[in-house]
Write a new protein. Structure first.
Length: 239
C-alpha cells in the first residue's frame, strides 16, 4: 500500500522527535530558531510552531520566552497507586535509577527526627545523604534517618542502584507496611542546587516520607528534593 502522506508540520514534528529519541539531539541542546527551521525545511513559521507545540506537550522540549526551544531533561513519573521504591517503579518504564552516597554518619537526632522515629529526645540516629540519578542525570538529593540498629547495618551494604525499601525488606528482613508522604513545592536550596546542577531558587519538589513496618513502627524517615523539571507523581483517584 502507498504510504499515507503527512502534513508538513507532522513530518517536521516526527523528524525532530526522532532526532531527540535517537540521541542526535541531547538534553539541554538548543534547537534552531523558528526562522532557521522555517528556512531549512521550506515551511512557514506557523508550521514550525505547530510541530514544536506537539513536542512540548509530549515533554520532549521546553520553550523559554525570549530564549528559544531546548531538548528537555529525561523526565521520571511515578504512580502513587502502590508503595514502591523509585527504582522499582521506573524499571518497568525502561528507566534506570542509580545513587551515590554523599554522607553517612551517626549523630544526635534533631528533636523532630527523634519524634517521628519514636525515639527518646537526644537519641543517636544514623543519617544517610545520597544523590540519585535518572539515566546518569542528577534527579534528587535524599536525606534519610534510621534508628542505630538499622542504620549501622545499612552502612555495610552497597545501596547504589537499589531502593532502600528493597534493602529494608530483603537484606534486613523488615516488613514494610505503609508509607506516609507529604509532597510540597519549594524553592531549590543552595546546597541541593549545586548537586543537582540547577540554579538556587528554581522550582523543586520536596517529598517527606515516613516508612513504617507492622503496627506503624517507623523504619525510615526521608526528605527528598527533586528537580521539578525532571520528576512528577501521577495519582489515580476513584469516586
Amino acid at each position: 500500500m502507498p504510504e499515507i502522506p503527512q502534513t508538513l508540520y507532522a513530518r517536521l514534528r516526527d523528524d525532530l522527535r526522532a532526532e531527540i529519541l535517537e540521541g542526535r539531539l541531547q538534553p539541554h541542546d538548543k534547537l534552531p530558531s523558528e526562522s532557521e527551521m522555517s528556512a531549512a525545511h521550506g515551511v512557514s513559521r506557523i508550521t514550525v510552531r505547530q510541530a514544536l507545540g506537539d513536542l512540548q506537550k509530549e515533554g520532549l522540549i521546553v520553550r523559554l520566552q525570549g530564549k528559544g526551544a531546548f531538548v528537555s531533561q529525561p523526565r521520571a513519573r511515578q504512580a502513587l497507586d502502590r508503595l514502591q521504591g523509585l527504582g522499582e517503579a521506573l524499571s518497568g518504564q525502561g528507566q534506570a535509577v542509580n545513587s551515590k552516597r554523599l554522607l553517612l554518619r551517626s549523630r544526635k537526632a534533631p528533636a523532630e527526627v527523634a519524634a517521628q522515629l519514636r525515639l527518646a529526645p537526644g537519641s543517636e540516629v544514623v543519617e544517610l545523604q545520597s544523590l540519585r540519578y535518572l539515566e546518569r542525570e542528577p534527579l534528587s538529593v535524599n536525606r534519610s534517618w534510621f534508628a542505630p540498629a538499622l542504620g549501622e547495618r545499612i552502612a555495610r551494604i552497597d545501596i547504589s542502584g537499589r531502593d532502600l525499601i528493597e534493602v529494608l525488606e530483603h537484606d534486613l528482613g523488615q516488613k514494610v507496611d505503609v508509607a506516609h508522604l507529604d509532597i510540597t513545592a519549594c524553592a531549590m536550596p543552595a546546597r541541593e542546587a549545586k548537586w543537582l546542577q540547577v540554579k538556587q531558587g528554581e522550582p523543586a519538589l520536596q517529598v517527606h516520607s515516613v516508612i513504617c513496618g507492622p503496627d506503624g513502627v517507623p523504619l525510615q524517615l526521608e526528605t527528598a528534593i527533586y528537580r521539578a523539571d525532571a520528576f512528577s507523581y501521577r495519582v489515580s483517584l476513584l469516586r
